[in-house]
Design a protein around this ligand. Structure first.
Ligand SMILES: O=P(O)(O)OC[C@H]1O[C@](O)(CO)[C@@H](O)[C@@H]1O
Length: 359
């Protein structure tokens, strides 16, 4: 489908971020009665290893999914996320493995190659996609649809969130089938919590304006927010064309401060009580080098430090809720700079030509 380019705000990226609560809700309702999901869960029961995989944003979706599975399944967790090309080139697969490949459009070269390899090795192949008629879907044993067969902006946002929501459902069922208690009510409050972030759009826009002069970003996350850090860094690179490094919270303190100066923004999603002491140390260290910090934290926390407004949320909802806040922050940062976030530079001849050089 070809979609007309927007030449002024609001761009498609914003429209798609705002439509998330509705589509996540729809996905939760549909997955409840999806017979394919039941079959997949049945097949997953006997698998020793389950790989969540993908490329680009979809790899970060897989990373979010694996962190959620780890949280839900604890010591019984068979899930790990590995980028598609790494799995393809460097891993042996067998009949004891299952591959859940996230690919929004379902045409990504490396994912297609990996699916072929996995099928040859006898691994179970499942594709999670917005396009159930895509090549990837045709190359898999099972297809789970995110329900969203659009992505009008090249800066993918809603497909990250829907993919993560779908992997959350898969992981929650997996955990239940292995005897763990799943907080379904909390999970189902996801759309409402995303909406709470969207209701803070004006404030997030103000924050974006306040940090416009920051020309390089570090983005830190931990546990279920680590994928948020990776996805946020990718999104700001794609839309604002500035360097951004994603890191786990601890790693920031091991060398990366040397590269920071007053032009750097360190955006941190670390909502877990066990790490608050480390967060305080980071805040003190940042002050010494005039490094600007912005935390994703509920009101009442971190009074002195600027924060992006997010509600208090369960670790299982962090990838959906915090990433919505950072997606909005990135959107406004880019638009306030007078740029169009939808195009990821594919409107510029050298970048369009570069894209033609690889499948
Ligand atoms: O999700 P797909 O369709 O496999 O596409 C791969 C990735 O490439 C990008 O479009 C650009 O890196 C991502 O946003 C996307 O997830």
């Amino acid at each position: 489908m070809s979609i007309q380019v927007k030449t002024s705000p609001p761009y498609y990226m914003l429209e798609e971020i705002h439509s998330q609560p509705e589509w996540v809700d729809r996905l939760f309702q549909q997955s409840d009665k999806d017979p394919v999901l039941q079959k997949v869960l049945q097949k997953l029961k006997n698998k020793k290893r389950i790989f969540f995989t993908g490329c680009g944003t979809s790899h970060y979706t897989a990373q979010a999914g694996a962190a959620l599975a780890r949280h839900l399944l604890q010591e019984a967790n068979p899930v790990q996320s590995v980028p598609a090309a790494e799995l393809y080139h460097h891993w042996e697969l067998s009949t004891e493995d299952a591959l859940l490949a996230v690919t929004h459009a379902g045409e990504t070269h490396m994912v297609l190659e990996l699916l072929k390899k996995a099928r040859k090795c006898g691994a179970l192949t499942v594709v999670l996609t917005g396009f159930p008629d895509s090549q990837a879907a045709r190359n898999a044993s099972y297809v789970l649809s995110t329900g969203y067969a659009l992505e009008k902006s090249w800066a993918h946002t809603i497909s990250f969130t829907l993919g993560a929501a779908l992997l959350l459902v898969v992981s929650a069922h997996l955990a239940e089938s292995r005897g763990y208690t799943v907080p379904w009510e909390t999970i189902r409050s996801g759309p409402e919590q995303i909406q709470q972030v969207l209701d803070q759009s004006a404030r997030i826009q103000e924050q974006a304006k306040a940090f416009l002069s920051k020309e390089k970003w570090l983005v830190a996350g931990t546990g279920t927010s680590l994928a948020t850090a990776h996805e946020t860094a990718l999104k700001v690179v794609e839309t604002s064309y500035i360097p951004a490094i994603p890191l786990d919270l601890e790693q920031v303190l091991h060398g990366f401060l040397a590269g920071c100066d007053p032009k750097t923004l360190l955006l941190v999603s670390a909502p877990f009580a066990s790490q608050q002491e480390r967060v305080q140390e980071l805040i003190r260290a940042a002050e010494k080098i005039s490094l600007s910090l912005l935390f994703l934290a509920p009101s009442g926390l971190l009074h002195q430090t600027p924060r992006l407004p997010v509600p208090e949320c369960h670790p299982l909802l962090v990838p959906l809720v915090h990433t919505t806040a950072t997606h909005l922050f990135v959107y406004y940062r880019t638009v306030c700079k007078g740029m169009n976030p939808d195009l990821i530079r594919r409107d510029q001849a050298p970048y369009a030509a570069a894209r033609k050089e690889y499948r």
